[in-house]
Design a protein around this ligand. Structure first.
Ligand SMILES: [Cu+2]
Length: 269
């Protein structure tokens, strides 16, 4: 059988199927576009019965039709994170109390431990807070296909206790996540373009960095729920409120760029 015969088989049999698949993709593309999230996204607050939570960054698709070739994930650090409060379960509307600090609501900062795995990416490095504690990682040297594959980057998040004198009934940590599909300069990473073929940002909006996502439907979340029996709300709190902690623009600018051996490789300088 000649190469051309094979090709005609391809055209006869495979092409109609892929055209049909393309048609289905157009029909169901919206629903199929699940966002990058954590596989386990809530946990009780720290207790003797509850330690670290095993979870993973779940990457269900590429940037439009491009495979994901790198990932950045980090939790908010507690030095200058932005703090929101809300009595609405979906944080709509929310308040941004002036001078509020993450440690007003959580006793200890969350850290991560990476679970050894090279399934998706061969190369992984920790991202540390200014004190040297691991709060995230970047991963590269691998590829998650744009469609029909799921990449999972496993880790644990250490347990967090809620401040006894805080009115928080729950604390939502909002990580910053980037799925990198093409290595470009900052000119190629318009974070407000939902269909950017080079990178998808799963970050909070309106922070004031070049890495901000278009809206609150983008960021992932990790919720810590208060143990209302062991750690009851102060009487003055009434029903209490939910707290949301997100990385500051300063942290995004510090932790988002990827450097190898001290040399920034993404975004390209
Ligand atoms: Cu999506």
């Amino acid at each position: 059988m000649s190469f051309f015969n094979k090709k005609s088989t391809f055209q006869r049999k495979v092409l109609p199927v892929s055209l049909a698949a393309g048609f289905l993709l157009v029909l169901f593309g919206q629903q199929a576009m699940a966002h990058t999230r954590l596989t386990v996204s809530s946990t009780p607050e720290s207790s003797s019965a509850h330690g670290s939570t095993a979870t993973a960054v779940n990457i269900p698709h590429g940037c439009t039709d491009n495979p994901v070739i790198g990932n950045v994930f980090f939790l908010p650090d507690t030095t200058d994170a932005i703090v929101h409060t809300s009595t609405a379960s979906n944080f709509d509307p929310f308040e941004a109390p002036e001078g509020a600090r993450a440690l007003d609501h959580i006793v200890n900062p969350p850290f991560i431990r990476l679970i050894k795995s090279k399934d998706a990416f061969a190369m992984t490095e920790f991202i540390n807070d200014p004190l040297g504690n691991p709060i995230g990682f970047w991963a590269a040297d691998g590829e998650i296909p744009a469609h029909n594959w799921i990449g999972q980057l496993p880790m644990t998040i250490t347990s967090v206790a809620i401040q006894p004198d805080s009115c928080a009934t729950s604390v939502r940590l909002v990580p910053a996540i980037a799925n990198i599909c093409n290595v470009t300069t900052v000119a190629g990473i318009d974070s407000l373009d939902a269909d950017n073929p080079n990178v998808d940002f799963w970050t909070a909006p309106d922070v004031g960095s070049i890495y901000d996502a278009p809206s609150w439907s983008y960021p992932a979340s990790f919720d810590i729920t208060r143990d209302l029996e062991a750690n009851p709300l102060p009487a003055s709190c009434g029903e209490g409120f939910a707290v949301r902690i997100i990385p500051s623009a300063a942290q995004l600018n510090r932790d988002m760029p990827v450097s190898i051996n001290g040399e920034q490789v993404w975004p390209q300088p």
